[in-house]
Ligand binder design. Structure first.
Ligand code: HEC
Ligand SMILES: [Cu+2]
Length: 361
């Protein structure tokens, strides 16, 4: 190989060594995604060899010198049924397999740790509910499911962590979520995989998957002093929301306590779940969906508040819900024990004093 330039050779060796095509499997779903991927590749290779061999074999066997006169064949139902039903069966196997994987990927456990990520030209801004802010970096604990709520402040971006086999669009004006559970501590690439302008290729960050203990230390040392909910509470007062949402009998707007994830009946008779998207939409476009029994007097805050501010407000309104608080506290107590406690069995930890009336969802 001496005729290859040594630089190129070094590059190739390094590239292969670091599995540039196949990043490490560092999340719980990575092996499942890879299994499906390799099965599809394997099946494609088998199909290619089968067809290729047959084409070559028949081309030689029935070449013109052997068979100068072509013979007209009529159809064979058995043959046609065979080559229809066998591939159909194979494709259905992959359909079901893919569907099962899809549900696994798109159904985060209810007690997932929440993180918000705002994409903008050209950076990723991550915000932890505890008030840790990061740019082009995201610290997470291993062994705990993490749900990232994504939004873009300008154009489409795509949040992709190859080592975790996850990718989700960050869309302007809409929350999307992606969830993963890291298995191996380490530093992994975060890419934007949607062309988003001049510096798209520089929109790269790092995921730091840490042992829960290390993560706790990092989180304690990097807090900005105020949690997102506390920032939100401040905004709630500054923007005058509490003038109408004070939660007392004179208030002109609905009480927001316990609102999160509840089912709201609208004036037009439909119902909606008060999820993150609903809360955000309500602040920007209040007259779009009006809860039954209220007059649409809430002003719009469009253009007066950044995506980060909206996240703070949403997180504040979420914190008014005792179920949400409880699940987030369960995560904290999981983090406090050196060994990640099994999901659902973690609410005996010191930080998880039971809330009055709180039930596990
Ligand atoms: C002028 C009074 C007023 C102000 C100020 C106001 N709201 Fe509202 N809000 C209302 C009313 C009335 C409703 C119910 C009717 C509607 O949806 O328009 C409502 C509905 C809501 C809802 C949906 C509640 C539900 O039960 O579905 C949310 C969430 C909300 N407001 C948040 C806010 C936030 C956050 C702010 C500040 C940025 C704010 N509001 C400012 C009056 C107000
Ligand atoms: Cu981008």
């Amino acid at each position: 190989m001496s005729h290859i330039s040594p630089v190129l050779w070094q590059f190739l060796v390094n590239w292969l060594k670091h599995f540039a095509i196949f990043p490490p499997e560092a999340s719980t779903i990575a092996p499942y995604a890879d299994a499906l991927y390799f099965a599809l590749v394997g099946m494609t290779i088998v199909g290619m060899l089968l067809v290729g061999t047959m084409v070559t074999f028949f081309a030689i066997r029935y070449r013109k010198s052997n068979h100068p006169q072509a013979i007209q064949m009529e159809g064979s139902t058995l043959l046609e049924a065979t080559w229809t039903l066998i591939p159909l069966g194979i494709f259905l196997v992959f359909f079901v397999w893919g569907a099962i994987l899809y549900f696994r990927i798109f159904n985060p456990p209810a007690n997932s740790m929440q993180v918000y990520v705002v994409g903008k030209q050209w950076m990723w801004k991550a915000e932890h509910p505890g008030g840790q802010h990061e740019i082009n970096a995201l610290h997470i604990p291993v062994g705990i499911p993490v749900q990232v709520t994504l939004i873009s402040q300008d154009v489409f971006h795509s949040f992709s962590i190859p080592a975790f086999r996850v990718k989700r669009e960050a869309i302007p004006g809409r929350y999307t979520t992606v969830y993963f559970e890291a298995t191996t501590p380490g530093k992994y690439h975060l890419f934007c995989t949607q062309y988003c302008g001049t510096d798209h290729s520089a929109m790269i960050g790092w995921i730091y998957a840490m042992r829960p203990d290390d993560y706790r230390k990092w989180a304690a040392g990097n807090t900005s002093g105020a949690s997102l909910a506390q920032n939100g509470e401040r905004l709630f007062a500054v923007m005058g929301c509490n003038a109408c949402h004070a939660g007392n009998s004179q208030a002109r707007g609905p009480n927001l306590y316990g609102l999160y994830n509840s089912r709201i009946r609208m004036t037009d008779g439909t119902t909606m779940i008060a999820n993150d998207a609903y809360l955000r939409e309500k602040i920007l476009n209040p007259s779009l969906h009006v809860p039954a029994g209220y007059v649409p007097i809430m002003p719009t805050y469009q253009g007066q508040i950044s995506e980060e501010g909206l996240i703070d407000l949403v997180e504040y309104i979420k914190s008014l819900d005792s179920n949400y608080r409880l699940t987030q506290m369960m995560n904290k107590s999981e983090l406090n024990s050196a060994q990640p406690a099994p999901i659902g069995g973690a609410n005996q930890g010191p930080g998880a004093a039971p809330l009055p009336g709180a039930t596990k969802p």
